[in-house]
Write a protein that binds this ligand. Sequence first.
Ligand code: PLP
Length: 391
Amino acid sequence: MSNHDWSFQTKLLHNESKVDKGTGAVSVPLHHSSTFHQFDVEEFGKYDYARSGNPTREALEQAIAELEGGARGLAFSSGMAAISTSFLLLSQGDHVLVTEDVYGGTFRIITDVLTRFGIEHTFVDMTDLHQVASEIRPNTKVIYMETPSNPLLKVTDIKGIVNLAKANNCLTFLDNTFLTPELQRPIELGVDVVLHSATKFLAGHSDVLAGLAVVKDEELGNRLYKLQNAFGAVLGAQDAWLVLRGLKTLHVRLKQSQESAEKIAAYLADHPKVEAVYYPGLSYHPGHDTHRYQAKGPGAVLSFKVADFEAVKLLVEHVKLPVFAVSLGAVESILSYPAKMSHAAMPAEEREKRGISDGLLRLSVGLEKAEDLIADFEAAFAKLPAVTVKS
Ligand SMILES: *Cc1c(COP(=O)(O)O)cnc(C)c1O
């Protein structure tokens, strides 16, 4: 059996760095070294200075490249560092097409920073291929996707966008944070650069900030590596080690969390005090079929809408199990309020336009028992005023 035949679940544990060649250690050695002695004045070794390369970080970079099926992986100090550095592939005068409900931090770098360097952008509804096609310009160099998107879990047809990009000579970037390669492998669908906030499901324990980029081919890999080294927002060795440790349990964590998310989505969908549930696992979700075609499962993040800010307030005050926090993809369930958290960087008017209303909450389902979470929500919902049935 070659490595190639192993299932994803097995590959999470049996990779290049499974056993340290020097010592036999079964946990990747943590190389806290900023520089490396050169044994030969004429010929330097593989490592010289840790910004350019560190063996612990490299173990993670190799692991994610293999899991995503890409040519090269690169690790950064945060998801935003991975995303921002990837945008440095662009030059003045270039144009980016971006999904309209993009992550708030990505919205900020595109609108506040890239514009100052003469890089233009257009936000589009990526679920509408005709709209995307009509907004492509001669200087469009990147189409930026996030699917399912944050926080409304909208689904983009990855292959459809890749075909449009190829026909127009532009690259595709995809933020795969919500699903991870366990559930969605964009490179297999033709995407050029896959981005991650490894802070979320990949590391999985709310204890580290990290970002990853995986590129499809060597040429692009070399270009992005040069930018990683030039910009310098690399991941520290200790943090790389934490992500590697988290990765080992990705399969079991995501499987359990997804199972619970499916139960909770069904519960919320039936609840009289919930106006809408956004989860690609629900058969009536507009992106359900596309999602089923391109991903292995709906994931463990869902959003739902209650009446208004007052209802949000009461719910957050009374729910006991989920932490109320920014972030997602952890062992503990995390309830967040996009309008004031992930999308606070977006002006209120832009938020409303995108459906990120004042009654919207996002839940990242952790490893608590689903029935406990449901009972917790049930008790908190009881504190909300009864819904008035319109006559
Ligand atoms: C959190 C997040 C990011 C940013 O990652 P950081 O590690 O916080 O810098 C980017 N995209 C998505 C979808 C995220 O959830």
